[in-house]
Ligand binder design. Structure first.
Ligand SMILES: C[S@@+](CC[C@H](N)C(=O)[O-])C[C@H]1O[C@@H](n2cnc3c(N)ncnc32)[C@H](O)[C@@H]1O
Length: 198
């Protein structure tokens, strides 16, 4: 069982969530009101709860599409060795500044979380993957391939969850945990493509 959080850590995490929401509000006005951008913030408090339940000493964590870095920094503060990959380099700059403010060792790389050569499969039915951008893969700069990670988090848009599962099946470790945020169902946890209920 993971240890309960002490009061000081709880407060730091609450401050981080509050700052994350303020950053997202500003982003909505400065960017999203002017043109489409795929960054939508997950419900930080719900994701925090999932990370607290799944944290174990020594685990390595990766966030796919880390945006302002809130969730990766959360993971670092909870004791994961935490990394984020984000395509939009201005968001990576924001994430690094946020990590510095919270004295966090979370590391961020500008690039794609899709490994070089990976082709998004065509899924039956509603297999949209329209907001997944393309760019140079970030894993080389990260210094870790996908199968070095114990826990991976992603917040897919509608129809993109099958791509995240396929990515994990193709390049991740079969014993790694994939945490997928969904608008309606909180955070779903998968291991080896199967839902984990605990
Ligand atoms: C729905 S937002 C989620 C943001 C953050 N993970 C959260 O949960 O609050 C998806 C993010 O993924 C980024 N993104 C889209 N395609 C990407 C790719 N191929 N590689 C890296 N980041 C990508 C977007 O720029 C955006 O910031």
């Amino acid at each position: 069982m993971p240890q309960p959080l002490d009061d000081e850590l709880r407060q730091r995490l609450a401050n981080l969530c509050a700052e994350g929401w303020a950053l997202f509000d500003r982003f909505a006005v400065d960017v999203r009101e002017k043109h489409f951008h795929p960054f939508v913030a997950a419900d930080y408090e719900v994701v925090l709860d999932a990370l607290v339940r799944h944290r174990r000493p020594g685990l390595r964590f990766l966030e796919w599409g880390s945006a302002t870095g809130v969730i990766t920094i959360m993971a670092d503060l909870l004791g994961f060795e935490a990394f984020g990959i984000e395509l939009d380099s201005s968001l990576v700059t924001t994430a690094r500044a946020l990590a510095a403010r919270f004295q966090s060792d979370a590391r961020f790389v500008a690039g794609s979380f899709l490994p070089t050569g990976y082709r998004i499969p065509l899924f039956k039915g509603d297999g949209r993957s329209g907001t997944l951008g393309s760019g140079s893969s970030g894993y080389l700069e990260l210094g870790h391939p996908l199968d070095d990670f114990d826990v991976v988090f992603g917040y897919p848009w509608d129809g993109e969850e099958p791509t995240m599962l396929d990515l994990m099946k193709s390049y991740g470790r079969s014993d790694a945990l994939l945490l997928v945020n969904s608008v309606s169902g909180g955070v779903r946890a998968y291991r080896d493509s199967r839902l984990v209920t605990a």
